[in-house]
Design a protein around this ligand. Structure first.
Ligand code: SAM
Ligand code: SF4
Length: 331
């Protein structure tokens, strides 16, 4: 029996934020001083995460994404991967990371059972990278991408948040990256999320911009499904290229009608929608598998048909500051 919400959408995907901490401070994600960190004892333990995944797997969850914060800064992450990969029913195990620590971890992660990674990268210019992340070194991420490719964490996808006045001049460079590397570049629309972010209004740009840049450069974007699925991305390739291009537009063209995901926040709250306030804590029922399964079903029962901005008819104009930051929820 598939796990359905009240709107008939099948849910087989759980995204887990394993930490709210990070070794970068991206401008669209955190304030300059980081975030008010969740106390260590309030962060879900690996044992507790495994219990939630096991309950989910019994209900039909087969895909897991480990995210954060930066998942690779949490101690023992390779062990968690090994344990999640061993849970019956889990067929796809992926991670979203800023890539900085991949040169150190890629081989072990692959061995532990991680299938693939999404690596966040918004610019190919070292100085700009430092200013977007407030402290990062571009070369570390480039080395991380190479490490992921070398150790077969594939398909390697890049997550690139499009920001007007910051990186839109680099769209063509990102498109061209897919020509000779087996890299899947996914452009993402800037979302007004978290109360730190004052930049959304100035920097949001709809992804039609990417299509315009491609057309002006004479690059034809041919729709093509990505092996293993593209999730909410519309996927395209440039003829004769080795990679592909994904467009993820939560704002200008939301994809709520095909949403298949649940989220588990770093402190153990289940959320049915990234862009909706409701969430329920798993800790009160963590020792009881049947109660955990019931909680998952209950959370899905309350899942809205579409996210808050769409429901408000306010896509592109909602006030930032209403939602918890991305690093705590898990992007
Ligand atoms: N630290 C990891 C990373 O950066 O890949 C994982 C966590 S991060 C919160 C997950 C994704 O959320 C990243 O690809 C990041 O670019 C994206 N993200 C964060 N804030 C965002 C925002 N305001 N709008 C769009 N995407 C955002
Ligand atoms: Fe850290 Fe990822 Fe947020 Fe950047 S987007 S600050 S790397 S959690």
């Amino acid at each position: 029996m598939p796990l359905l919400d009240t709107h008939g959408r099948k849910h087989d995907y759980l995204r887990i934020s394993v930490t709210d901490r990070c070794n970068l401070r991206c401008v669209y994600c955190m304030g300059e001083d980081g975030i008010d960190q969740i106390a260590h004892q309030d962060i879900l333990s690996y044992e507790e995460i495994i219990r939630v995944v096991s309950a989910g797997a019994e209900l039909g969850i087969s895909k897991i994404r480990i995210t954060g914060g930066e998942p690779l800064v949490r101690k023992g992450i390779v062990d968690l991967i090994k344990q999640v990969a061993a849970i019956p029913g889990i067929k796809d195990l992926a991670m979203t990371t800023n890539g900085i620590l991949l040169p150190r971890f890629a081989a072990d992660l692959k061995k532990a059972g991680l299938n693939r990674v999404n690596i966040s990268l918004d610019t190919l210019k070292a100085e700009k990278f430092e200013s977007i992340t407030r402290c990062g070194r571009l070369q570390d991420v480039l080395d991380g991408i190479e490490a992921a490719l070398e150790h077969g964490l594939q398909p390697v996808k890049l997550n690139t948040v499009l920001m007007k006045g910051i990186n839109e001049q680099e769209v063509l460079d990102f498109l061209k990256l897919t020509l000779d590397k087996p890299i899947h570049v996914r452009f993402i629309e800037y979302m007004p999320i978290g109360d730190h972010d004052k930049g959304y209004r100035d920097h949001y740009l709809p992804l039609t911009y990417v299509e315009e840049v491609a057309a002006n450069a004479g690059l034809s974007l041919t729709p093509e499904p990505l092996p293993g699925g593209a999730g909410p991305a519309e996927n395209y390739t440039i003829p004769n290229s080795r990679g592909s291009i994904g467009l993820i537009h939560p704002i200008s063209k939301h994809f709520c009608d095909t949403c298949n995901r649940l989220r588990l926040t770093a402190e153990g709250n289940l959320k049915a929608c990234l862009y909706w306030q409701d969430e329920k804590p798993v800790r009160p029922v963590i020792d009881d598998q049947e109660a955990l399964k019931n909680l998952i079903k209950e959370v899905l029962t309350g899942k809205p048909v579409e996210h808050q901005m769409a429901a408000d008819g306010a896509c592109g104009s909602v006030q930032p500051g209403t939602m918890r930051g991305m690093s705590k929820t898990g992007g």
